[in-house]
Design a protein around this ligand. Structure first.
Ligand SMILES: Nc1ncnc2c1ncn2[C@@H]1O[C@H](COP(=O)(O)OP(=O)(O)O)[C@@H](O)[C@H]1O
Ligand SMILES: CC(C)(COP(=O)(O)O)[C@@H](O)C(=O)NCCC(=O)O
Length: 401
């Protein structure tokens, strides 16, 4: 008897999946970038004692990748070529065309659900963005070694996270826009504030002002520039001296881009690197200040900054850290996360739990073989920290809880 189209698709999916070692693909489709997380199993691992009285039941790697949201077709092609879409939940009682369900968060999970279904034949299961950000942050802070660090004056210092004393903290996610979330526990949080002046503003305004073709180019320009050429400093107003009475040094920015009004110059008269630098400083300062004010209002001492705006960029982190330190008089601390842009996708990944998958439902996913050589508190001096490259992955173990 001839097979129906549905049966053919299903047989193909099953054949493909049996070859694939990929499981649990999850997506975060944001206003600017699509972030992917997926797990690849290592061959031949089963029950094994890892020395902690915990049973290692599965080992593999957690992989990360990102694409610009406007290039979603490239992302779909990447997923198809690596057969990542087969790593979703298989629904056995659904019609053949609705067999595989993949977790996704971010606005694009709504906007592109039909496109993803049409191109990959999978159902997008939407997860709330704030839930996912918090779940992703908690996972990184608890399960991944050397995830959080401080950055000030060119020094990166890993932070020891005491998982028994993690909450409350403020999570500031700087994506296209900015969300500020007070986190009190697993799944316990409140989005207390936000601002539309975020990563999209930096990239959007920066592109218009400098004609840069890519975000990386804009970031690189900002690295070379000098903001004092365009920013009006306290010293510019006060004839070179500090305004000590209110605690402002002559070198403090009195007005971002303020010199552009008095200079009688056109945009072309400024170097693009100086424009990029002033813009980065403006956005980072503003976010640092709003974050601090929220931390103050809710009595939070720890602020974790995440989102792909940061990109592990030294000057961005330095500006945010100095701002938080300055306004809080050293009371609050700005911290950053190595997997800064992947919180949402990791949260969507963790939400597979709800579907009682063999691997993750009753088990705990943690990093194995933490990077050696650097410990919490150890200082690493590096002027340009750099972000994770696109092929980054974490060696993980799934342990019986
Ligand atoms: N390659 C890139 N292309 C575009 N924007 C980038 C890139 N790398 C970093 N960014 C910055 O990251 C922001 C998006 O951060 P992200 O956390 O992914 O948020 P969203 O979920 O809104 O896409 C952009 O607005 C931009 O400032
Ligand atoms: C709407 C969003 C949650 C979307 O998340 P994003 O794609 O920017 O990561 C975010 O852009 C945001 O919080 N914007 C700030 C809106 C406001 O509080 O004014």
């Amino acid at each position: 008897m001839e097979k129906t189209e549905g049966e053919i698709i299903r047989a193909k999916l099953e054949a493909d999946q049996s070859q694939s070692q990929i499981s649990h693909l999850a997506l975060d489709i944001g206003g600017s970038l699509i972030k992917l997380v997926y797990f690849s199993k290592n061959n031949g691992c089963s029950d094994d004692d890892d020395g902690n009285n915990k049973h290692l039941v599965l080992q593999g790697r957690l992989h990360f990748a990102k694409f610009e949201t406007c290039k979603i077709n490239d992302c779909i092609e990447f997923i198809r070529s690596k057969k990542l879409h087969l790593g979703g939940v298989r629904l056995h009682d659904a019609p053949a065309s609705d067999k595989i369900l993949v977790k996704a968060t971010g606005g694009g999970a709504y906007k592109f659900a039909d496109l993803v279904k049409e191109k990959l034949g999978i159902i997008v299961e939407k997860e709330d963005e704030m839930d996912c950000l918090v779940a992703g942050a908690n996972f990184l802070l608890k399960a991944v070694h050397q995830e959080a660090f401080t950055y000030m004056d060119g020094q990166k210092e890993f932070v020891h996270v005491d998982i028994n004393d993690l909450y409350p903290y403020l999570l500031v996610n700087i994506g296209s826009g900015v969300s500020m979330i007070k986190v009190d526990g697993d799944g316990k949080f409140e989005r207390i504030s936000g601002t539309s002046v975020g990563g999209g503003t930096f990239w959007g305004l920066g592109r218009l002002l400098t004609k840069c073709k890519s975000f990386d180019e804009l970031l690189e320009l900002s690295h070379q520039g000098n903001n004092r050429v365009i920013d009006m400093l306290v010293g510019d107003i006060y004839g070179g001296v500090d305004y000590s009475k209110i605690g402002l040094l002559s070198t403090a920015i009195a007005s971002s881009f303020g010199k552009a009004i008095s200079d009688n110059k056109e945009l072309e008269d400024y170097k693009t690197e100086d424009v990029a630098r002033s813009l980065l400083r403006l956005i980072s300062n503003n976010i640092g200040q709003i974050a601090y004010l929220n931390a103050l209002q809710f009595g939070l001492k720890r602020i974790f900054f995440a989102g792909f705006f940061i990109r592990g960029h030294a000057y961005t982190m330095d500006t945010i850290s100095v701002g938080v330190h300055f306004w809080s008089k050293g009371e609050a601390k700005a911290m950053f996360l190595r997997h800064e842009g992947f919180l949402g996708s990791l949260g969507a990944f963790m939400s597979y739990d709800k579907h009682s998958l063999d691997d993750l439902s009753t088990h705990q996913l943690v990093q194995r073989f933490p990077v050696s050589g650097t410990n919490a508190g150890e200082k690493i001096c590096c002027p340009l920290v750099g972000d994770l490259d696109d092929n980054d992955s974490i060696e993980c173990g799934v342990y019986a809880a």
